[in-house]
Design a protein around this ligand. Structure first.
Ligand SMILES: [Zn+2]
Length: 293
């Protein structure tokens, strides 16, 4: 997730699909009377990167998005959250030149900004990994502070602040926390989607080796390992029956039950030791399949 300040973008009035998910909570500031925004701002956030040269999505990527959305919605349902849509238009596939204009030099191959995901088109497998990671971020809990200004009777987005995205907490006057935990959970949620995509694509879009790679692909591996270790501590201490589900629920609902359950249980030095443990991707997949049931 990358943000750029300051930003300005038109808040175009746009009719949304009733279940399109943008954010869970929007705190509007900068206007005396927020109600004056009316239907000029109904939750949709603009592509403020103003992409000019977008590549058409391949059938493979479009189908992968549909599968991933379905499986992550199922995870949301298990955590008591409603089914939602994410329009494919919010994923922008770009060539090298346009991607570098949008994301800047030395950026990772995908960034998520204000509810849009920008992907550098490269290797199909890397793009599938980025696509599922980006979608998981969009489907997590979003609380934003949005500053708006009125110019000649029109409204413009001036700035935004992520108060809370998934497990990342950037509440005003507090030190931001949960960056690594949020990325680990994003990868875990994405990995459910990658498994479903591999299952649907084998022998059709992808060969067996590609499917195995996709099922074992994990970014933020040390952070994921830390999450597994924390789940084990909670289980052995009898504090949570399904600790991963507890954490996943926090991720989708913006609550803090997992961290609260850990209170006083895990010394910081132990957390650091676990964080530094090297673990192969295969270890995650074995454990992951245990949890999915
Ligand atoms: Zn991320």
């Amino acid at each position: 997730m990358t943000t750029t300040n300051p930003v300005t973008a038109d808040l175009a009035s746009k009719r949304l699909a009733s279940d399109e998910k943008w954010m869970d909570v929007a705190i509007i500031c900068g206007l005396d009377d927020e109600s004056r925004l009316g239907d000029r701002f109904n939750g949709a956030l603009p592509d403020f990167k103003r992409v000019t040269a977008e590549l058409e999505k391949s059938d493979l990527m479009s189908e992968a998005l549909t599968i991933a959305l379905d499986i992550i919605n199922d995870l949301r349902r298990r955590c008591g959250c409603p089914r939602v849509s994410i329009s494919p238009d919010r994923f922008h596939f770009l060539n090298d030149e346009e991607y570098e204009r949008v994301a800047g030099p030395n950026s990772p191959d995908a960034i998520a900004v204000l509810g849009h995901v920008y992907v550098r088109v490269s290797d199909t497998m890397i793009n599938l990994q980025d696509l599922t990671h980006g979608l998981a971020h969009l489907l997590s809990y979003w609380e934003l502070e949005i500053e708006v200004e009125e110019v000649d009777g029109d409204f413009r987005l001036v700035d935004f602040r992520r108060s809370r995205i998934g497990l990342f907490n950037g509440a005003p006057n507090e030190t931001p926390t949960g960056v690594g935990l949020n990325e680990a959970m994003t990868e875990l949620v994405a990995s459910y989607a990658r498994q479903a995509i591999a299952k649907a694509f084998i022998g059709r879009h992808l060969d067996e080796d590609q499917c195995i790679w996709l099922q074992k692909a994990f970014g933020y591996a040390p952070h994921v390992n830390l999450v597994w270790a924390l789940c084990e501590r909670l289980t052995s201490a009898g504090r949570a029956k399904s600790p991963l589900k507890l954490l996943m629920s926090d991720y989708f609902r913006g609550t803090n039950s997992f961290v609260e359950a850990l209170n006083g249980l895990v010394p910081t030095k132990d957390l650091l030791a676990v964080y530094e443990t090297n673990t192969s991707a295969a270890d995650f997949v074995d454990r992951h399949e245990l949890i999915i049931d």
